[in-house]
Design a protein around this ligand. Structure first.
Ligand SMILES: Cc1cc2nc3c(=O)[nH]c(=O)nc-3n(C[C@H](O)[C@H](O)[C@H](O)COP(=O)(O)OP(=O)(O)OC[C@H]3O[C@@H](n4cnc5c(N)ncnc54)[C@H](O)[C@@H]3O)c2cc1C
Length: 321
């Protein structure tokens, strides 16, 4: 029996009553023992006990109430671009937001984006209206909810920069509105996981520019990513955060430069490889497992610490089974 099969057995008592509940509740049929490799950009990860897509807010609230009262493990998943499930999968309910959560409403310079809207779509739709501020998001393959949780961004811009407030479903199953200040954002971090269960919607205020200029910016950013990132293979983007600036104001070397300097470019474990194009990416060459990726992460971390005395902090989140 494989490790994943053994784990499914451990979860077995969970299954029957919860399966029935989920099948009765949800308009979109739930998936049981669904490989999470199908739902993450790195394309690794074992099975989820259940993977569900909630069609609307009513379903979501009913589901969350059920989960809370029975204290079931759950995980809200966006595009899976910043998430690494283990090879054992997830013994609980993985929740995705359905199509009613991916609307983008633009009124003058105010933008309201659903938690399941993709960042490239948000960037394109706002740019098409000549609104500037979110063009940087065109190449980040995440959804609005997950991207706010990790405050996705580039070297100089982050999703929280133009955010005004967020609507979320809190732990008491109530819809709450939090301002950007109340959420608390910093580099690739937010306090959202502490206060919320689900990000439903985000409201941004952008600046008016010209559609030609904003579209042009998207084209050049897309071209730049094509040249500097390994987009031909599945990945989770940058694995480590860049080290924070030193107290004397000096910019430290980027995580990618440290990894390259430690001689890790091109190093492989199983089907996982430290990208030869961008050393802070680990790519799945086609048959990588989550174990391969995690072992490679461990090796990279150890080599950088050994060589430079820097303990890199993970940007991707590893989710316990
Ligand atoms: C080729 C490539 C390039 C990338 N480039 C960048 C980049 O330039 N900058 C960058 O920051 N990242 C980058 N990434 C990483 C990743 O795409 C982003 O971090 C993305 O914003 C993550 O969003 P997601 O929807 O995939 O989040 P997920 O990985 O699905 O989730 C991340 C976290 O958010 C939580 N979550 C998800 N949705 C919700 C919700 N609705 N409510 C509450 N919690 C939720 C999850 O539980 C998890 O803790 C890149 C990835 C790839 C593959």
């Amino acid at each position: 029996m494989s490790e994943a099969d053994a784990f499914i057995r451990e979860c077995a008592p969970w299954a029957d009553s919860h399966r029935r509940f989920l099948s009765d509740l949800l308009a979109i049929p739930p998936l049981f023992q669904e490989p999470l490799s199908n739902h993450t950009t790195m394309r690794v990860g074992g099975p989820a006990e259940a993977l569900v897509t909630v069609a609307d807010i009513m379903e979501l609230r009913t589901l969350m109430e059920y989960i809370e009262t029975r204290r079931l493990r759950h995980f809200v998943l966006g595009k899976g671009g910043n998430t690494l499930f283990t090879s054992r999968g997830f013994c609980g309910i993985v929740i995705r937001l359905g199509r009613t959560f991916d609307a983008c409403d633009i009124h003058e310079n105010k933008v309201s984006a659903g938690g399941a809207l993709s960042l490239p779509s948000l960037a394109r739709q706002t740019a098409a209206q000549g609104l500037t501020g979110l063009e940087f998001a065109c190449g980040i393959p995440g959804l609005v909810g997950g991207s706010l949780v990790g405050n996705a961004g580039t070297g100089s811009e982050s999703l929280s920069d133009h955010l005004v407030f967020i609507d979320l479903l809190d732990r008491k199953n109530e819809i709450r509105r939090l301002t950007r200040e109340e959420v608390g954002f910093s580099y690739r971090h937010s306090n959202l996981t502490a206060v919320s269960s689900v990000v439903l919607r985000a409201h941004f205020r952008l600046r008016q520019s010209h559609p030609q200029a904003t579209r042009q910016r998207i084209s050049s950013l897309t071209e730049y990513r094509g040249e500097t990132q390994p987009l031909k293979f599945p990945s989770a983007g940058c694995i480590f955060k860049n080290p924070v600036p030193r107290k004397n104001g000096d910019s430290p070397r980027s995580a990618g430069a440290l990894i390259e300097g430690a001689g890790m470019k091109g190093v492989t474990v199983g089907g996982a490889e430290v990208s030869r194009i961008h050393a802070n990416f680990i790519v799945n060459r086609g048959h990588a497992t989550s174990d391969d990726v995690q072992e490679l992460i461990r090796q990279v971390h150890a080599r950088v610490r050994e060589r430079f005395g820097v303990s890199l902090e993970l940007e991707v989140r590893i989710v316990e089974a």
